[in-house]
Design a protein around this ligand. Structure first.
Ligand code: FRU
Length: 564
C-alpha cells in the first residue's frame, strides 16, 4: 500500500511538471503558449477522435499548419513537433478541435494537456511485433505510396507519402529513407512539406545528368502533386544528392482541369532527347514532354476503352523494357487503381509502344502485376545501375489500410522487384522477379519456418502448402497445374477482425507450368514469386504467433533463415 501511495505521488508530481495549461477563448478553441527549451514538443494522439487543426504562430505570423488527433480521453501514442524548425523562442499553438463535446469546460479537461511536454529526444524504439524486419517501414506514423525513388552515388533513395503527426492518413509530406542494398533502410529527415499550394501528394524524382533544369549536372529534381484547392504539379530540386530539396519559385509547373489530377512520374527519354512525364487524370493517363523539367507540353492521353475502369487511376509509370529471350523491346505503362483482382487496390499494366508522344496498345483487357491484395502504388526507381527497372509497391490496400493492427507506424513497402517483359501464348506480360539483393539475405537452412524466412519450393504438379501456428491459425497455398492457378487463403491466418474485407483467398494465373516458388515471410506479410518471374502474390497477415509448421504435399520445400 505504501509503495502504491508513493508511486501515485510520483506520478502526480511528474504529471504536474508536464501539465500544459492552455487558454480556451471559446468552444472548441484552445491556445497553447510554448517557451521553446528542448528539441521537440511531444503531442499525445488518440486515434479514434476527430482531427484538430493546429497552426503554429510566431510573433503573430502563421508559420506552419497541420492536423492531429489530439487526445481527448486516452493516449494511444505520442508524435513529435520539431521545435528547432521554427528558430524561435516563443511559439503559440492555435488549436481548433472538432467532433462532439467541444464546450470550453470539456476542452479544458482533454487529457492532451496532461501529456504534452518538451523533450530533447523522441523515442523511436520499435514497439510493434508486426513491424517487418527486412521491409521498409517508417519509424513512426502513417505511410502510403513510395515516391521520388532514385539511385545516386551508391544510394537508393525512397521517399514516401507520410503523416509525421499520426498513424492515419493526413498531412501528406514526403518522408525519406536511404539504402545501399534496397533492404536495410535508414530513416532521414522529411524532404518536402506541405505549403500554401497544398499537401504533398505522390510524384517522382530524377537525376538531371545533363543539367537541363540549370541546377547543376547530377542535381535531383522532384515533381509532385500539390493537393490544394485543386490538384496541380509542383517541382523541387536538390543540390546535395537528395538530402534536402528547394521548392521551385514558379510552382505549380502544370495545372489542369480535372479534379483527380496527380502523381507525375518523370523520365528521360533518349529517343526524343527530352523528358517525358505521365500523370493520372480521372480514369486516364496524360503524357507531357519538356526540355528543362519546368515547361511542360501536353502530348496525348491514354485510357479510354483499355483495361479496368472501376475507380480513378493513380500513380502511373512508363518505361521501355526488354522482352525476355529476344532483342525486342516494348513499353510498359503502369496504372494503379481500385477494382483489382482480389478487390480494392492493385497494380494494372499495359504493354505497347511509345514514341515520346503517344502510348499505343492493342491490349483491351486488364492485366495485373501482382495478384495479392496488398500491392499498390507500384513505381520504379530512376537512374538504376545496369539499366535495371526496380519497382517497389505500398504493401497495403485502401480498403483497410487504416485499420490494420499496428499503432506506432502503419504500412510497409513491398520487397524490391525487377521488372521485364515475357511472352506466353502469343501475348506479352510483365515479369516480376525478386531483386537479386534478396539472395544476400539467405541464411542457414532450417527445419521449421519462422516469422522471418524464405521458403524455396520445387514443384512438379498440383501442390499444397500449409503454414500454421500452435493457435490453429493457418495460411493455405495451392498450385492447380490443370487450371494454371496459384492461390493463397488467409481467411484463417490470424487477426482478420479489423475489416470484413481482409479475410480472403487470392488467386493468380501462372502463365505456364510452375517449377519453383520463392516465398518470403516477414512477420506480417507473405510474398510469393514464381522464380522465373511470371507470377507474384503479396498478402498481409496478422498471426497471433509466428507460423512454425509447414506441411507440404506434392512439392519439396527448403526453408532458409533470413540473415538481416
Ligand atoms: C494513391 C494516392 C495517390 C495520391 C496519394 C495521396 O495511393 O491516392 O493518388 O497522390 O495516394 O496520399
Amino acid at each position: 500500500m505504501r509503495h502504491f501511495i508513493i508511486s501515485m505521488a510520483v506520478a502526480l508530481m511528474c504529471a504536474a511538471a508536464y501539465a500544459q495549461s492552455p487558454e480556451i477563448p471559446g468552444d472548441g478553441h484552445a491556445m497553447l503558449r510554448v517557451d521553446v527549451k528542448d528539441n521537440y514538443l511531444l503531442l499525445p494522439v488518440q486515434e479514434d477522435v476527430d482531427n484538430a487543426n493546429v497552426t503554429v504562430i510566431a510573433s503573430g505570423d502563421s508559420r506552419f499548419a497541420f492536423n492531429i488527433r489530439l487526445a481527448k480521453e486516452k493516449v494511444d501514442y505520442f508524435v513529435p513537433l520539431d521545435l528547432r524548425h521554427f528558430g524561435e523562442e516563443k511559439l503559440l499553438l492555435d488549436i481548433t478541435f472538432h467532433g462532439k463535446d467541444l464546450a470550453r469546460e470539456t476542452v479544458g479537461k482533454y487529457v492532451c494537456w496532461w501529456g504534452i511536454r518538451q523533450d530533447d529526444e523522441f523515442d523511436t524504439t520499435n514497439r510493434e511485433r508486426f513491424r517487418p524486419a527486412y521491409h521498409h517501414t517508417p519509424i513512426y506514423g502513417w505511410m502510403n505510396d513510395p515516391n521520388g525513388m532514385f539511385f545516386k552515388d551508391g544510394l537508393y533513395h525512397l521517399c514516401y507519402q507520410w503523416n509525421p503527426y499520426g498513424s492515419q492518413w493526413e498531412n501528406m509530406t514526403w518522408g525519406h529513407s536511404v539504402s545501399r542494398d534496397l533492404i536495410h533502410w535508414e530513416s532521414m529527415p522529411a524532404v518536402i512539406e506541405p505549403d500554401a499550394l497544398g499537401a504533398v501528394f505522390s510524384g517522382s524524382a530524377v537525376v538531371d545528368h545533363r543539367n537541363t533544369a540549370g541546377y547543376g549536372a547530377g542535381s535531383v529534381v522532384a515533381v509532385y502533386t500539390s493537393a490544394g484547392r485543386n490538384q496541380t504539379q509542383s517541382m523541387a530540386y536538390s543540390q546535395d544528392g537528395g538530402k534536402t530539396f528547394t521548392k521551385f519559385p514558379g510552382n505549380p509547373v502544370i495545372t489542369g482541369e480535372v479534379v483527380d489530377f496527380r502523381d507525375p512520374k518523370v523520365f528521360w527519354n533518349p529517343d526524343i532527347e527530352r523528358w517525358n512525364l505521365i500523370l493520372a487524370a480521372g480514369q486516364e493517363m496524360l503524357i507531357y514532354s519538356s526540355a528543362d523539367l519546368k515547361e511542360w507540353k501536353f502530348e496525348s492521353s491514354f485510357g479510354e476503352g483499355h483495361g479496368a475502369h472501376t475507380s480513378v487511376w493513380e500513380c502511373p509509370d512508363l518505361m521501355k523494357l526488354n522482352v525476355r529471350g529476344t532483342d525486342r523491346q516494348k513499353w510498359l505503362l503502369i496504372c494503379n487503381c481500385g477494382g483489382g483482382p482480389a478487390g480494392g487496390s492493385a497494380t494494372q499494366y499495359f504493354i505497347g509502344d511509345f514514341d515520346g508522344h503517344k502510348f499505343t496498345t492493342d491490349q483491351k483487357e486488364a492485366l495485373w502485376m501482382d495478384y495479392g491484395k496488398d500491392h499498390y502504388a507500384t513505381v520504379t526507381f530512376d537512374n538504376c545501375p545496369e539499366g535495371r527497372k526496380i519497382a517497389i509497391a505500398w504493401m497495403s490496400n485502401w480498403n483497410y489500410a487504416g485499420a490494420v493492427p499496428t499503432k506506432q507506424f502503419r504500412s510497409a513497402d513491398s520487397l524490391p522487384r525487377d521488372l521485364d517483359i515475357f511472352e506466353y501464348d502469343g501475348k506479352y506480360y510483365c515479369g516480376v522477379t525478386p531483386s537479386k539483393e534478396l539472395i544476400a539475405l539467405r541464411g542457414q537452412r532450417t527445419r521449421q519456418p519462422s516469422e522471418t524466412c524464405e521458403i524455396v519450393v520445387d514443384l512438379k504438379g498440383n501442390s499444397q502448402m500449409e503454414l500454421s501456428n500452435p493457435k490453429g491459425e493457418k495460411v493455405v497455398m495451392e498450385y492447380d497445374s490443370k487450371a494454371g492457378t496459384f492461390s493463397m487463403d488467409r481467411t484463417m491466418s490470424g487477426d482478420t477482425s479489423f475489416s470484413n474485407d481482409f479475410p480472403t483467398k487470392t488467386v493468380a494465373p501462372v502463365h505456364g507450368q510452375l517449377k519453383q516458388l520463392r516465398i518470403f515471410i516477414d512477420r506480417c506479410s507473405i510474398e510469393v514469386f514464381d522464380s522465373e518471374g511470371r507470377m507474384a502474390m503479396t498478402n498481409l497477415l496478422f498471426p497471433s504467433e509466428p507460423y512454425e509448421t509447414l506441411r507440404s504435399k506434392g512439392c519439396k520445400a527448403t526453408i532458409y533463415q533470413i540473415q538481416i
